[in-house]
Design a protein around this ligand. Sequence first.
Ligand code: CTP
Length: 403
Amino acid sequence: TAGQMAEEFGTEAYVVGGFVRDLLLTRNNLDMDLVVEADGIAFAKKLAKKMSGRVKYHRKFKTAVVILPDGQRIDVATARLEYYEYPAALPTVELSSIKMDLYRRDFTVNALAVHINPSSFGTLVDFFGSQRDLKDKTIRVLHALSFVEDPTRIMRAIRFEQRFNFKIGGQTLSLVKNALKLNLFSKLSGYRIVHELKLIFTEAEVLGSIKRMNELGVLEAIHPLLALNTSREQVIAELERVVSWYNLLYLEPEISIWKIYFLGICMGISKPKIEQIYNRFSFSQTEKREFVHLRETIFWAAGNIMNIRGELRPSEIYKILSPVPLEGVLFIMARTTRDIVKKYISQYLTNLRLQTVDITGDDLKALGLIPGPQYTKLLYETKLACLDSIVKGKDEQFNFVKK
Ligand code: CTP
């Protein structure tokens, strides 16, 4: 459809970036990026109409996104026609705008395009040796100023390197090291750093990227307190196992995996010093409060559950773990070396926390109790009694609250 539309518009349209890269690597990728050598916004609006989708756009960047009824997103960007003046008497040349568009991108592996106009549908456009680099499994920048233009590309290079099992090329690696020497990271906003970290922390394999960031000095460049040490490394390795175990269970609710790894890289940083990290990341008050709460509940619960001797009753496990957000529970699971504690946590996650009591607030009302905080307390006590099988079924629960 988009290709035919391009023809009607009298312009050229291309699929570009990650979609093409993943096509050649035979990996799934549902996000499609289009570049048109025309007004991208007008193009996107028409495309949305034809495909019964919605459209959102950014006038300033001349970009738009079409959201199809099935939820698929198609990003549409405008390739600008640019004129380059050569020094001296050489004539001004007009470079093909798709070429310029691709040249501005991060790495050769992301700088491929596929022409989608019907006349040459499916033709691969490769100006910069992208296919060779895909074959050689190399992450290579397109020009020497790439990391100066955008230092977050250093983190992207590491993420792609680890995801595809590629290697950052020799010259590109020197450029990475230079950029770090020039302290380019200090100019990056907390927001952009956190965005890139979140992307790294939601990959299937995280430890490799964290180790690589450490080896190249990226973690230290973000903040000296983040340099990796053996105990952090061990816990992060275990976090990877715990997170994939949890994901396989398909339990509700979904959790924010990135927060768990964030706890991992900050492990061992004291309460007064962690403020520096929150500030470096430009966390909002809400985000800060959330992490303070996470760390405090973990500290309290881990102290309680790791020091226990003898068997814990289900209600005792529940009492210790239920005040901790799930991200924190998984973190404790990764940090403990005791099998019994791992077992308790698994029991809590897969069973105890999901058990419900039969009686409700309405039942308490029917018993003549006045609504208020005592409802929560009574239902909590009932749940504890149910967990230990002291009461079974609705009738016994009734009798329990009456008493
Ligand atoms: N891009 C860039 N510099 C950045 C971020 C993005 O040049 N700092 C370019 C890349 O060429 C990339 C495209 O913008 O292909 C789209 O970005 P994004 O969706 O983040 O990249 P994908 O390659 O699709 O990555 P992923 O597979 O992780 O979605």
